[in-house]
Design a binder for this molecule. Structure first.
Ligand code: HEM
Length: 406
């Protein structure tokens, strides 16, 4: 560790090399929460200004900020909305943001997502089939590939042959080694979606997300082509890595906590609560920005127009003022009003899908590899970028089983 906890707490930098996995980071969050409601970071990331940003770390302030979109805007330039290219849901404020949601919400309804359960289970089983006969495998492969396959194949309705490439491009775009590699992958992804959506304008409807976007009307006007591609890109960014990181954390946690793994095998009824607890305990999102639109005071701090403030969802979810024994993962925790999916007008659009993928992922792995445990001599590899954090490699061993797909 190159800096003390206090030094980290004074100038939080999520990308700092000391944060090899989450343990130290959460100790830093504890110090940040104890010191004051708002910490500071000089490290600009996401939309934070070069001069840095305030960081909300306690549950109460995070919740208030998320509810108060009139002062804490999601538009990085609230004084000049027209400067943004394309209307992207997550950087819009009401009323336009709410009109967008009205168009997209029905697609992600619980009933509609539930109908995808058999396909999600079959895809997860295919991934497990790749190694189940060997008695050894990498569970990160299930966590990282399942949400991508489900999203590109069933939600977006991309041609099946493109799915592998789309997943690879998304991963490089978010985690590529260099800025150039990441930008090139985003460019490739944009072009790929652009071409797929263009092709669909002349094809019969397929009842998927591309169709929802193509037929959407707001105030009697169709969405522009740029808005459609931009929001398809947003769904890629928002839905894949978040779910994969959270699921990878759960697989690793259960490998290293066999008593909890056995409990979930014995008591599958608590899986829905366990999913919520994993999202609270190791939720994938650590900071997303808001920009001050009008001067406002919160918990004794005056924010000025143009200031950036990052909402630290992960820290809020470990606040002992709201969660008793917050640093323990309690599989059947009750009253779990975590902020892992956000709150207020921007609350996660895909939470029903994420929960389902996560639930089915755990259910299939525990049903088919109930005694899995870390592979002797194998090493779990953790990776964090400026938004999400999770395990990229989870080598495990288990009693061999049979493939279930032909
Ligand atoms: C465990 C997985 C996930 C986590 C932890 C997560 C978390 C979040 C959070 C915290 C927000 C609020 C952002 C803000 O307040 O600025 C959000 C918004 C959003 N999420 Fe998720 N998400 C997950 C999965 C998904 C999935 C699967 C999709 C879709 C395929 C999705 C699509 C979105 C979209 C489009 C928004 C923006 C909503 C808006 O601006 O109105 N998310 N998510």
């Amino acid at each position: 560790m190159t800096r003390s906890l206090e030094e980290h707490a004074q100038n939080w930098d999520l990308r700092h090399e000391d944060f090899g996995d989450n343990d130290l980071l959460y100790d830093v969050y504890t110090v940040m929460r104890e010191k004051s409601p708002f910490a500071h970071t000089d490290a600009p990331f996401l939309f934070a200004k070069p001069e840095g940003a305030w960081v909300a770390t306690r549950y109460a302030e995070c919740y208030k900020i998320l509810q108060d979109w009139e002062h804490f805007s999601s538009n990085p330039t609230p004084e000049g909305a027209e400067k943004l290219t394309g209307d992207m849901l997550v950087t819009l404020d009401p009323p336009r943001q709410q009109k967008f949601r009205k168009v997209l919400n029905p697609y992600f309804s619980p009933a509609r997502m539930k109908a995808l359960r058999p396909q999600i289970a079959a895809e997860t089983d295919c991934l497990i089939d790749e190694f189940i006969e060997d008695g050894t495998g990498d569970l990160a492969q299930v966590a990282w590939r399942q949400p991508g396959i489900v999203f590109f194949k069933y939600v977006l309705g991309m041609p099946i042959d493109d799915v592998g490439l789309c997943i690879e491009l998304t991963d490089t775009a978010l985690n590529g080694d260099t800025e150039d590699a990441r930008m090139a992958a985003w460019g490739g992804m944009y072009q790929h979606l652009h071409d797929a959506i263009s092709a669909r304008t002349s094809q019969p409807p397929q009842d998927d997300m591309i169709d929802v976007l193509l037929s959407a009307e707001i105030d009697g006007e169709k969405l522009s082509f740029a808005d459609i591609v931009t929001n398809a890109m947003l769904l890629v960014q928002a839905g894949l890595e978040t779910t994969a990181s959270a699921m990878s954390f759960a697989f690793h946690y259960l490998a290293t906590h066999p008593e909890d793994r056995d409990r979930l095998v014995r008591e599958p009824d608590i899986l829905p609560r366990a999913v919520e607890e994993f999202i609270r305990f190791a939720g994938s999102i650590h900071g997303l920005p808001r920009t001050i639109a009008k001067e406002v005071e919160l918990s004794g701090h005056t924010f000025c127009p143009g200031d950036s403030v990052l909402v630290n969802f992960a820290s809020a979810n470990r606040d002992t003022a709201v969660f008793p024994d917050a640093d323990r993962c309690i599989l059947d925790r009750r009253d779990n009003r975590h902020l892992g999916f956000g709150a207020g007008v921007h609350r996660c659009l895909g939470s029903n899908l994420a929960r389902l993928e996560f639930h089915v992922g755990l259910e299939r792995v525990l049903a088919r590899l109930p005694d899995y445990t870390p592979a002797p001599g194998g090493e779990a590899v953790f990776h964090g970028n400026s938004v999400t954090r999770g395990y990229r490699q989870i080598p495990v061993v288990f009693t061999r089983g049979r493939r279930c797909a032909a």
